[in-house]
Design a protein around this ligand. Structure first.
Ligand code: 5GP
Length: 181
């Protein structure tokens, strides 16, 4: 899904080319930093799937992948910070060099919970790579080692990010129109 105007979209924030270029840069950084190791990418379903697969294909060291499913009530619609693991990892992470791959870090509450949970499972190292970062809305500041883009305080969709499960398949990131009241 790429051509023509899409209903509900106000403007494109990052194009397919910009995203590809930035992912190459971040993947190169990761390949350098984890040289000689195998990096285990852990994605959070479903938002991070598009970013994780794009990133994994640009990393030039051995990569393993696994996924977590969460039910999160920490976004704009509900009480902050309540997260539950709905689908656990397939494999143990003890001794692994784990890189959590996020679609967006907003308040930081989801990520803080996930880092607390995973750090208790004995990984050799644990770091975070996020596609989008909205630092202006942070409530807590979990450490984020890699980020592709900083974004303004507007709701965004595309490249894995949804609105009511739609728009994930846009190959760009866009700002949603504001709802008229
Ligand atoms: P946090 O706990 O950092 O506030 O929540 C992060 C989660 O909120 C993301 O994984 C995502 O599900 C959701 N989220 C926050 N901002 C946006 C946004 O602009 N667009 C979309 N589609 N989801 C968002």
């Amino acid at each position: 899904m790429s051509e023509g105007p899409v209903p509900g979209i106000e403007r494109v924030l990052f194009t397919e080319e910009q995203i590809d270029q930035r992912i190459r840069e971040v993947a190169a950084e990761i390949s350098r930093d984890y040289q000689g190791k195998t990096v285990k990418l852990i994605g959070v379903l479903k938002g991070s799937v598009f970013f994780l697969t794009a990133l994994a294909r640009r990393i030039e060291i051995p990569v393993k992948i696994d996924f977590l499913g969460i039910s999160s009530f920490s976004n704009r619609s509900g009480a902050p910070g309540v997260v539950r693991i709905a689908k656990d990892l397939d494999d143990a992470i003890e001794g692994d060099d784990v890189l959590m791959v996020e679609d967006i870090v907003d308040t930081g509450l989801t990520l803080r919970y996930l880092l607390q949970t995973l750090s208790g499972r004995g990984p050799n190292s644990l770091a975070v790579c996020t596609f989008l970062d909205r630092n202006s809305r942070r409530i807590v500041q979990p450490p984020v080692r890699y980020r592709c883009f900083e974004i303004p305080d507007r709701f965004v969709v595309g490249f894995g990010l949804d609105y009511n499960q739609l728009y994930r398949n846009l190959n760009y990131v866009a700002v949603m129109e504001r709802k008229r009241s």
